[in-house]
Design a protein around this ligand. Structure first.
Ligand SMILES: C=C(C(=O)O)c1ccccc1
Length: 369
């Protein structure tokens, strides 16, 4: 019987186990440049089968929070090379999550102080994290402007460029962030996409940007080094669609044709209730996985959100998942793999130091003796 601790080949990547560090925003990259301490943070956790970095902006326009990293300047790439070198020296594998926030941003973070961009000019009922003269805090996101058709090829090119930059920075691959109410999810969900052109209305149209971005990334670096994250029913960042099952059934059937390394699925509300639902019926994750397989999907299936050791072991043993991603548990337990395998006690995460700050709550969690 397959266990959480067995190796697995995921696309072009050979992973030592099926325990994944989920992407975790930590707001510790001033001027969007990862600091040397970030290399320590990720290399401490290198025993994970796979590390997925915190969400990383593909462009200045794609930035939505203070002190989150980017992948679009030489200084940022140099910062990430420190990280990939340190992780590889520790025997780990790491991919970078490629992120465009769309409307989840603020004019103070945008090029020239402009409006954030989105599929439609619909303000999200959401907040973002800003740092001002008296420190960090959350503020309402700004009113976005609708992207013009002629701007979309430029955004696709930004994803392609970032994917190439990721490989140059030493990453083993990329994860396309298509979840949690950010740009690609804003196009997918009818609550945020009211376009009346080829990128709005039908499910096929709302998924068009996703497929064009995946075409570009997989053409640039290969599908075997490309994963994707989706969140069918999350309400994060005011994401909403009343019919998530047909929408994401279509999405995974399209994903099946790419030969991706993996599909990463947030089950329920991100960081919240696993049984959260949008629309009339509970979301059927087994049906989603079956639709992907039926359409020829061969990528690994990664699940996330609120798993403990028993649930993760059960998910892999039953075949419901090939890998399980852990977020907060990896913040507090750099040696989570060992602790799960040995059923050792777990450090409790300190919520007060999740976002922003220094080494406290970042690299000072103890490993087992
Ligand atoms: C990138 C994020 C996501 O995917 O939800 C994020 C951003 C800010 C705080 C927490 C999470």
């Amino acid at each position: 019987m397959t266990t959480l601790y067995d190796p697995i080949t995921v696309g072009d990547l050979q992973l030592a186990n099926r325990i994944v560090m989920a992407p975790l925003t930590r707001n510790r990259s001033p001027r969007a440049v990862p600091l040397p301490v970030t290399a320590t943070y990720y290399s401490q956790r290198a025993s994970a089968g796979l590390l997925i970095t915190e969400a990383t902006a593909i462009s200045h326009q794609g930035q939505g929070y203070a002190d989150v990293p980017g992948l679009y300047s030489e200084e940022q790439l140099a910062g990430w090379r420190r990280v990939t070198d340190a992780v590889h020296a520790a025997g780990g594998k790491i991919v970078v999550q490629l992120w465009h926030v769309g409307r989840i941003s603020h004019t103070s973070l945008q090029p020239g102080g402009g409006a954030p961009v989105a599929p439609s000019a619909i303000r999200a009922n959401a907040k973002t994290y800003l740092i001002g003269p008296d420190g960090g805090g959350f503020a309402p996101t700004s009113e976005p402007r609708a992207l013009r058709l002629d701007e979309l090829p430029g955004i696709v090119a930004d994803y392609r460029r970032a994917a190439r930059a990721a490989i140059e920075a030493g990453f083993d691959g990329v994860e396309l962030h298509a979840a949690n109410g950010y740009l690609i999810d804003q196009f997918l969900r009818s609550g945020s996409n009211h376009r009346d052109d080829a990128y709005g209305g039908s499910i096929e149209n709302r998924a068009r940007l996703l497929t064009q971005v995946l075409d570009a990334i997989t053409d640039e670096i290969g599908a075997g080094r490309t994963g994707i994250r989706i969140s069918p029913v999350t309400p994060a960042n005011d994401a909403s669609d009343p019919e998530p099952q047909p929408l994401f059934d279509y999405v995974v059937r399209k994903l099946a044709g790419y030969g991706l390394a993996y599909v990463h699925v947030i089950e329920g509300a991100t960081g919240g209730a696993r049984d959260y639902r949008q629309g009339d019926a509970p979301f059927d994750y087994a049906a989603l996985k079956a639709a992907y397989a039926q359409a020829g999907g061969r990528g690994a299936w990664m699940t996330n959100n609120g798993y403990d050791r028993a649930a993760a072991e059960q998910a892999v043993a039953s075949g419901a998942a090939d890998l399980v991603a852990f977020g907060k548990l990896f913040i507090a337990n750099p040696d989570l793999v060992r602790r799960l395998r040995e059923q050792a006690p777990l450090n409790a995460p300190d919520n007060a130091t999740f976002y922003g700050g220094t080494e406290k709550g970042y690299i000072d969690y103890p490993a087992l003796a």
